[in-house]
Structure formats: structure tokens, C-alpha cells
Write a new protein. Structure first.
Length: 288
């Protein structure tokens, strides 16, 4: 599936893409921002309401930042991935062997911070009902329990198809990797405590909601979340002011683990393992 992913989604030689460096204050711009919503409906891979499976527990994290690797506008439900209008495609590398997201060049933002800003003249004219967003990185606060004591820590979650990492840090904790890590790799450090750990969620366990699964599928491990505009986004080519698109992501119980002690508390020291860190839905909106 990785090969298909590269051919369909990241054929950079055939499909142009834009970066946030292509800015011009004299032209109307397309601006994209993220929002984290703890109360937004929690969806499964099919874009349907979901519940936490028996034997698992979950919590709603407090988000710090997010990174995306790919954003595409789709005219309708039959638009196949890679055939819409691609407005962002992040850097990739083969330094770790297989093709991977280059984390050192990844754009990472907080809520309401501008993720991309490109001239509207570089966006194909048309009416867009859907948007696809390939999420790659999450950084958030979670609660854990150890020997009956509750702590707060920071988790770095890598949900892209493959990520090349040299080393990265969470606070004072440094994680040397120097290689590729597949979807579901995570690292954790307690806040203000000398404890850190890392691990790998099961292959294929990351939830990636796609309401268009029946008409327009996504490659495995792509983390391409799909959302529908309440009213289609119309790009006419005659815009005189900026268009701001907000991507509201459901973080409703998005951090999920398999329980050993059935108490609803994440306890790594008891052998409880992360099983899912996928975002739980996307609701896009725009302001002209």
C-alpha cells in the first residue's frame, strides 16, 4: 500500500503543490488554520459515530500543536484522492530508506495559527464540497497514573504514513531515532519529572475517518481525514479578499489505550499500551 500511496497521493513531479512561502500581501489569499474541538462528534474509520471498544479506555487530550503533510480540495464525493486540487504537500525524504515525511521540515502549528497562506490565483476555479487533510504529527497533554499517583505529561504522536526522524525533544527529554518510524510511533515525557518512554501503536490501528469510503477510498496508513463543507467552497478566480478555511478536528477521546487495571486511568507501568491516536473527525468551514 505504501507504493500505491506514493503513486496516488504524492506524485509531486506530476501534480504541483504549494508551500507557505508563496505569500503575497498584495493578492487575496487562501488561509488555512486548525481548531481542536473536544466536543465534536467522535467518528470511526467510516465516518460514523463510534464508541470505545470493550477492554479499552480513552481520554480527550489537551492539544498543543498539530502538523499536516497534505491538503486537497475535492469537488464531489466521487473525486478520487490525488485528482482534486492539492493546496499543500510537505517535504519528504529517503534518508531513512523508504520514502517518509521529513519531520525536520514539517510545518507545525497551534490552534488558530496560520498553517498555509497561498494566493487564491493558484487555486483552481471550482466548487469544492470536500477537503482531505493528511495529518502527520500531534503534540498534546495527557494524564497518566503510576503507583496510585496521577501525573501530567506531554505526548508526541506521529500518525503520518512514515516519518523520518533524527532526534527530537519533549521538554528536557531527548529522543534519538535517526531513522524512519511508521504510523503510530509515539514518545512521552512527564512534565517536570525525569521520566520518558516511547512505543509503537499496532499497525493499522490509527483511526482515520473517511465518510467517502464507499465512493473514494484512501490508502492504508495515509491518515487522510475527510470532511465536508456545510456549503461548497466556491473559488471563482475573481476574489478580492482573503478566504480563511478552518479545519475543526475532533479530539473527543482521541487518545485510546488497552486497559490492564480497569479504572479509566492510563497506567503505562501496569503494562497498558497505546492502541489508537487518530483524530476523530473533520468539520471544515470558511469565511470570505
Amino acid at each position: 500500500m505504501k507504493k500505491a500511496y506514493l503513486l496516488l497521493l504524492f506524485a509531486a513531479a506530476a501534480i504541483p503543490f504549494f508551500s507557505c512561502s508563496e505569500e503575497s500581501s498584495s493578492k487575496p489569499m487562501l488561509i488555512v488554520k486548525f481548531k481542536f474541538d473536544p466536543n465534536q462528534i467522535r467518528l470511526n474509520n467510516l465516518g460514523e459515530p463510534s464508541v470505545i471498544p470493550d477492554g479499552n479506555a480513552a481520554q480527550t487530550p489537551v492539544f498543543n500543536t498539530i502538523g499536516s503533510h497534505y491538503i486537497e480540495l475535492a469537488p464531489n464525493a466521487n473525486t478520487q484522492i490525488g485528482t482534486g486540487t492539492i493546496i499543500y504537500h510537505g517535504a519528504e525524504t529517503t534518508l531513512g530508506g523508504a520514502n517518509a515525511i521529513d519531520f525536520s521540515k514539517e510545518k507545525i502549528v497551534a490552534q488558530d495559527e496560520v498553517f498555509i497562506k497561498i494566493p487564491l490565483t493558484q487555486v483552481a476555479k471550482g466548487n469544492y464540497e470536500w477537503i482531505r487533510v493528511s495529518l502527520a504529527y500531534q503534540n498534546y497533554q495527557i494524564n497518566i497514573r503510576n503507583n496510585g499517583v496521577d501525573y501530567t505529561g506531554t505526548l508526541a504522536s506521529f500518525v503520518g504514513f512514515n516519518t523520518y526522524l533524527t532526534s527530537f525533544n519533549i521538554g528536557n527529554s531527548i529522543f534519538p531515532v535517526n531513522g524512519n518510524r511508521e504510523q503510530g510511533y509515539w514518545a512521552f515525557a512527564l512534565n517536570n519529572q525525569p521520566y520518558s518512554s516511547s512505543g509503537q501503536a499496532p499497525t493499522g490501528a490509527t483511526t482515520v475517518p473517511n465518510p467517502l469510503h464507499a465512493t473514494s477510498g484512501i490508502p492504508l496508513k495515509s491518515c487522510v481525514v475527510t470532511g465536508k463543507f456545510a456549503t461548497p467552497l466556491a473559488i471563482t478566480g475573481n476574489e478580492t479578499s482573503d478566504v480563511t478555511v478552518t479545519l475543526s478536528l475532533s479530539i473527543n477521546h482521541s487518545f485510546e489505550w488497552h486497559e490492564v487495571n480497569v479504572d479509566g486511568k492510563f497506567e503505562p507501568s501496569a503494562g497498558e499500551n497505546v492502541v489508537d491516536m487518530g483524530l476523530r473527525g473533520l468539520i471544515p468551514s470558511y469565511v470570505k
